[in-house]
Each structure stands twice: as structure tokens, then as C-alpha cells.
Design a protein around this ligand. Structure first.
Ligand code: NDP
Length: 319
């Protein structure tokens, strides 16, 4: 079976490609910079890649860019989307590539009858940012949708980019009879396959890099291997449908620092939060993702795997 993965060089996509190759799939992956060794070499090093992985150049902002990618594929995993938080130009840097890119990919799918299902990498960002309180008794689930107006008012540009892209994907899929399944992971942690630093791994790096304080943030966390496996099961399982929120546990940064302290007692870790009072944690339902056959890896394991991987790739030198 042949499947397509957009944004192949990325953190999550690299794991999806690794597991697809292990399962015997032929994989066509889109990358922006196929000639950049940092974007391609780790993919060609994967088992099965020489025989069954093909890289195709494509850009989210170029119309028709994904036609050649999806041609002949039964499944399309659309992961490509800019993921960073700091920008002076949210429209050009985040919103356009996320939204137009998603519609570009779906337009290519619409023209390609071989495609049976699209699995979109959305985010918990598209789920829980709607101004409703998130406190310890609140359980967020797949019925929650982030509110674009709330995102705009609060200048949550990345959150808005994921919300707008997912909303547009559902509308386009409905209008064009495309079988769409959506994954909504929160902060993704665990080992890096790619040699470059991605935004979610940088969250852990920033906590172990000698900072004096940690941010007042409560965040859902999930392991990258679980996220990649869930994408593939969502394609393979005919009864998979709708959205799948993926959060093993919501933790305040203070709790992640405590996990790091237990794992690495000699590490210099931030002692204080940068503001008060601490933002509350909340719950996220695991019922639906469990129904797909995924048991989520504990946060402690994901944190440890991230640190070990950051060490191995020389982003960080243990004292
Ligand atoms: P990465 O930054 O590693 O991956 C992002 C991918 O998108 C890269 O392959 C990047 O290509 C590609 N991309 C960005 N802009 C463009 C563009 N204009 N044209 C073509 N490709 C582009 O991050 P992740 O792997 O973490 O993110 C993958 C997906 O998962 C994203 O959709 C993200 O929103 C989502 N997500 C991530 C979470 C996390 O915590 N990591 C949590 C929830 C969702 P290039 O390599 O060339 O830069």
C-alpha cells in the first residue's frame, strides 16, 4: 500500500514515516528542502527507506504543489503546518500556510480517487481555547472546539492557525465527500529522529538549560510515538472517525520541573514560577483515543526520553 505524508522532515512526521515503513508501506513524503541533509538524511536512514521511501518537494503556499505527492496513494497524512509561537507577521508566517496549505492538500486529494482517507494532524490547540474555564474538575473532550474570536482577541496566533485549518478541513471534507479523521495531540514529547530542534522539544530544553524561572503554564502532554501510532491506526481502522484528543496528562510546568528533578537530581533546574497564582490544571478525556487501541505513555517516560534524546543530539550537555 502506498501512502503520503506531508511535512515529512518534521518531528511527528518522521515518526509516522518510521512506523509506516516498519509496517511495510510504501511512503511518499513531501519536504520543502529535499536537498538539505538536515531535512532528509534522517529519513533515508530509516529501515526500509531505501526501498520504499520517496521524497517529493512541495510547499504549503503553492497551489497544486501536492498533486504529485498524493497521486496513487490510498492514505494521506497531512502533518505539515508551521509550529512556532513568536512572529511579527502571523498572517504570512502562521495563518496562511496552515489554512491555505490544508486546503491545497485537500484540493489535491479531491482530484485523486485512489485516496480513501485523510488523517489531519490538528492539535489540542484547536480544542480547548474557547474561554471556558479549565479547572481540575473540568474534563475537556472531542466535543470542545476552540473559538477563533477568542484566539484573535488573545493574539494566540498559532492556536488560531490550527483552529482555522481544522475548521476549514471539516467544511471542505463534507462538501467534497472526503473521509477525514483528525488527531488533536497536545504538547508532544519523546525522542527526536530529526537533527534539528522542534518547538515542543524546546519546551523541555528551556527547562534544563539553566533558566532561573519557569513559565506559569499548564499543558497537556503526550508521547510522539503514541501520536504517530494513532495516526496510522486512524488510517487503518475503518471505524475510526471524527476527532481524537491525545493527552496523557495535563501538568503545570512546576510538575514537569519536579519530574526532571527526580530523574536528574544533579541538574540545575529553575526554582521559581515567573508569575502567580499558578494556572490550574484540567482533565482531558482518554476514552476516544483508547477506543482506537492506544494506551498513552506516562509523562515521566516522555520527559526522560526527550532529555536523553536532547543529550544524544548534543543540544544539551549534562553537568
Ligand atoms: P515540526 O516543526 O517538526 O514540523 C512542522 C512541519 O511542517 C515541518 O516538516 C515543516 O517543514 C512543515 N512546514 C512548515 N511550513 C511549511 C510550508 N510553508 N510548506 C511546507 N511545509 C511546511 O513540528 P511538529 O512535528 O511538532 O508538527 C507537526 C504537526 O503537528 C503540525 O501540524 C503541528 O501543528 C502539529 N502539532 C504539534 C504538536 C507538538 O507539540 N509538537 C502538538 C499538536 C499538534 P520544514 O521541515 O521544511 O520546516
Amino acid at each position: 500500500k502506498t501512502v503520503a505524508v506531508t511535512g515529512g522532515s518534521g518531528y511527528i512526521a518522521s515518526w509516522i514515516i518510521k512506523f509506516l515503513l516498519e509496517k511495510g508501506y510504501t511512503v511518499k513524503a513531501s519536504v520543502r528542502y529535499p536537498d538539505d541533509p538536515k531535512k532528509a538524511n534522517h529519513l533515508f536512514a530509516l529501515d526500509g527507506a531505501k526501498e520504499r521511501l520517496k521524497l517529493i518537494k512541495a510547499d504549503l503556499l503553492e497551489e497544486g504543489s501536492f498533486d504529485a505527492l498524493v497521486e496513487g496513494c490510498e492514505g494521506v497524512f497531512h502533518t505539515a503546518s508551521p509550529f512556532f509561537l513568536e512572529t511579527n507577521n502571523p498572517q504570512d508566517d502562521l495563518l496562511d500556510p496552515a489554512l491555505k496549505g490544508t486546503l491545497n492538500v485537500l484540493n489535491s486529494v479531491k482530484k485523486t480517487p485512489s485516496v480513501k482517507r485523510v488523517v489531519l494532524t490538528s492539535s489540542e490547540a484547536a480544542v480547548s481555547f474557547n474561554g471556558k474555564p479549565r479547572t481540575p474538575e473540568v474534563v475537556v473532550d472531542e466535543t470542545w472546539f476552540s473559538d477563533p474570536d477568542f484566539c484573535r482577541e488573545n493574539k494566540l496566533w498559532y492556536v488560531l492557525s490550527k483552529t482555522a485549518a481544522e475548521n476549514a478541513a471539516w467544511k471542505f471534507a463534507k462538501e467534497n465527500n472526503i473521509d477525514l479523521v483528525v488527531m488533536n495531540p497536545a504538547l508532544v514529547l519523546g525522542p527526536l529522529l530529526q537533527p534539528t530542534l522542534n518547538t515542543s522539544s524546546a519546551v523541555i530544553l528551556n527547562l534544563i538549560n539553566g533558566a532561573e524561572t519557569y513559565a506559569n503554564v499548564s499543558v497537556g502532554c503526550v508521547n510522539v510515538k503514541d501520536v504517530a501510532k494513532a495516526h496510522i491506526l486512524a488510517f487503518e481502522n475503518p471505524s475510526a472517525s471524527g476527532r481524537y484528543v491525545m493527552v496523557e496528562r495535563v501538568a503545570h510546568y512546576s510538575e514537569i520541573v519536579e519530574i526532571l528533578r527526580k530523574l536528574y537530581p544533579t541538574l540545575k533546574l529553575p526554582e521559581k514560577c515567573d508569575s502567580e497564582p499558578p494556572l490550574p490544571i484540567y482533565q482531558v478525556s482518554k476514552d476516544k483515543i483508547r477506543s482506537l487501541g492506544i494506551e498513552l505513555t506516562p509523562l515521566e517516560v516522555s520527559v526522560k526520553e526527550t532529555v536523553e534524546s536532547l543529550k544524544e543530539k548534543n543540544f544539551f550537555k549534562a553537568p
